[in-house]
Design a protein around this ligand. Sequence first.
Ligand code: FEO
Length: 397
Amino acid sequence: MREIKLADDIFWVGVNDRTTDLFEGLWPIESTGISYNSYAIKDKKNVLIDLAKAFKTDDFLNQIAGIFPPAEIDYIVLNHMEPDHTGVIRTLRMLAPKAEILCSPKAVPMLADYYGITGGIRQVNDGDTLDIGTRKLSFHHIPFVHWPETMVTYDPKTKVLFSCDAFGGYGALQGTLFDDECINIDYYEKESLRYYANIVAKFATPVQKAIKKLEGLEVGCIAPSHGLVWRKSPSRIIELYAKWAEYGTSGGEKGVTLLYGSMYGNTEAMMNAVAEGIAAGGITPEIFDVARTHTSYMLPALLANRGVVVGAPTYEASLFPYMTTILEKAALKNIRNKKAVYFGSYGWSKGALKKTLEMTQPLGWEFLENLEFAGAADDDTIARGYDLGRRIAEAVR
Ligand code: FEO
C-alpha cells in the first residue's frame, strides 16, 4: 500500500508483512499477515514514529521517501523497542544522520544491546513534549504494554494517539487502513483478540493502568502499530482492550472452552458426551483438539470463556503432552479464575488429573468435578460425562 494521509501533515508509511509465518517466532500469522504501521509527520520538523521489521527495510524506505527524503528526518520516535518496530533503525540511521532518536529512558540500553546505537538519543520522560512547529507532541509512558520501556505519542493538534502495540491486532491491511472503510471489521476484531491473547494478555494490569492514564487525553483517532487505524470509533478498540483485560480477574464471559486430546479414541468418545451435556445446558462449547490446534487459536477462547473443560488421557503417568503445552501457555499468559472440569482415560497408571490440578491451581481454576476412567468408558460412565457437561454449563451460565 502507498502512503496514506491520516490527518493534517500526518501520513501512514507502514508496510504489510505477508511473509513471516510465525510472529515472535511463536504465533502463526501465515494466513493473516500483519502490518507494521509507521507514521510520518511533516511539520516544520520531520518526524517518524515507529518503524518496521528489518527484512522490510527496502519497502519501508520507499514508503518514507514519498513523504520526505530520509536525510531530512529530524526526529525518530521509538515508542517501543521490539524489533518488529525498530529493525530498520541501523540502516535508517545511516541515511538519516541528523535525526535524533526519542525514546523512554528504559529503551536507551536496549538500543545499545540490539543495535549498538549509543549516540544521538534523547530520553523522554513521562509527559515530556516536543515542539515540531505547529504542534507539540507529548509522550506518555505505558510500561509493559508491551515491554517495560513502552510509551505512546500524542498529537494534540489532530488528536491522534500513536499507541504502538496497544490497541493493535494481527491482520495485514486488505487495501484499507481505517475502521470506517473496512467492511470486515469483525475479522480485525477477532484477530485483535488473538493478538491480545497471544502477546498482551500477561500484562492485563498494565493495560488497565494505561487505559486509565490515557483517559486524560482527548483522543480522536487511535493509530496503533499493527492493524487498523480507528478514526471513526477509537472508543471501540479501547473498550475491547478494557474488556479483555478485565477477563483476567472476572474469568471471562458465559461460555465453555472444551480442550481435548485422545490417543485411541476413548477420551474422544467421552468428549462427545461431555459436549452434548454442555449443549443441553444451553451453551455451545468451543472445541479444540489440542494435538492438532496451535495454542495461538486456543488462547483467545480460554481467555474469553469462563468455563474450561480439560479432557485428556494419562500419558506415561502424567498428562497428555499437548494438553500440558496449552496449560503451560495459559499459565504464561496469566489466564486466571476459571470454572473447570476434567475427564480422561488411563491405562496402566493414573496421573493426568493430578498434573492438571497441579498446573492450574496457581491460576485459580476451580475444578467442580472430575472423571477419570480406565480404558474405554461404559454406558454408565458415558452418562456421567454427559452430566459433567451439564454441570460446567450450569456453573458458567
Ligand atoms: Fe509489535 Fe511488542 O511489538
